[in-house]
Design a protein around this ligand. Structure first.
Ligand SMILES: [Zn+2]
Length: 133
């Protein structure tokens, strides 16, 4: 496939609205998946005895999965909040501005993290530093 009909623009226009909409759809789908997984897990556990005395039981494994999924779900909800906030900033005209130093956030960063609120410098470059574990 050749895409020779590219519009020529020195800085490719980053469509923040589309990126945020896509991000929202992705997060909503992930939450829906988790909800389904959680609702399937809930039943067998609901009337089971709380018999976690011995390790290695299937019940304990499921409980760990559920805790992890619940934690993931709350992270996703937080992320949804930040997408909401980014959409409001888009309306305000403050989207893409670092909330700390007020300088524009690099569009390369916004393409990866459409809901970013800080520039790489102020955010402490989490994408680079969090790999240590
Ligand atoms: Zn900054």
């Amino acid at each position: 496939m050749s895409t020779s009909e590219h519009t020529i623009s020195p800085t490719p226009a980053f469509d923040a609205g589309a990126a945020l909409a896509a991000e929202r759809a992705r997060v909503m789908a992930a939450i829906a998946n988790l909800d389904e997984a959680l609702s399937q897990m809930k039943d067998p556990d609901a009337d089971a005895d709380h018999d976690f005395g011995e390790e290695g039981g299937e019940g304990a494994g499921a409980a760990v999965d559920r805790d992890r999924d619940a934690a993931l779900r709350s992270q996703l909800l937080d992320h949804l909040d930040s997408v909401d906030a980014a959409e409001r900033r888009l309306d305000d005209g403050t989207y893409g501005q670092c909330r700390t130093c007020r300088r524009p956030i690099a569009s390369a960063r916004l393409e990866v993290l459409a809901a970013a609120t800080e520039c790489v410098g102020c955010a402490g470059a989490p994408l680079l530093t969090r790999r240590s574990r």
